[in-house]
Design a protein around this ligand. Sequence first.
Ligand code: PAF
Length: 284
Amino acid sequence: MQHLTHIQQLRDSIANYRQQGLRIALVPTMGNLHAGHIHLVETARTHADIVVSTIFVNPMQFGKNEDLDSYPRTLEQDKVKLTAAHCDVLFTPTASEIYPTGHDNNTVVSVPQVSSRYCGASRPGHFDGVATVVCKLFNIVQPDTALFGLKDYQQFLVISKMVADLCLPLTLVGVPTQREASGLALSSRNGYLSDKEKHSAVALIETLRWAATALHAGEPASAIESAASERLSRAGFTPDYFAICNARTLAPAQHDDRDLVILAAAYIGKTRLIDNIQLQLSHT
Ligand code: PAF
């Protein structure tokens, strides 16, 4: 695996692969890689000849009181995992390589509508930071395809709209969430949880599954949302949001919507976890 830190080195390496007619897949990450990330790398291999992964803890997507400084940085372990997964190129730029004039001074890519609710409302500026860095990475690597985990469902819709609106010439692949045997979605932030919190955290996916069953049974969305928040509170979470939405627009679900996603974010202790479940209601 090539390990590069400068944009020009990466562009030269990509140009070399392009001259050989090879297809490129990109897997952007913030590192502290778990089996979900490695699954993205392995899936990328089925879409392209060359897999490029990036590790960059993007300061622009963290709020002032968030965990930028404590976000786990585990580069040596990550390199071992990526090498074992046959990643071809790892790009780990510094913040000044990506934001030479500082991220507060950078042109902002802001994706309207889909960025505004849920995580966008709870974390102001977060999706501008995500869209801006992902747009930069797309321009640096110019991949044929890029892969993202669907645990960050809203993020995937934000990036999809950016790609469509800016006519970026690549295809996106959303890869289903990887889970522990308990059902807990794999996340770098799970590392913040004590054993007791990790045990309680399973209530997030259990509540999402309960809500999906209630929707299939014809219960009204608003009643399910309130009952789900109560369930989460009883399990030890402080809910941020629990929302039943149109899977494409993320607008609150209407009675005739059939393609739905249930999005949830909740704190357990100081750790904010997100998860979601997609479902299709049959026509009645
Ligand atoms: O999902 C993530 O890890 C990050 O938001 C991403 C897409 C790598 C952008 O920094």
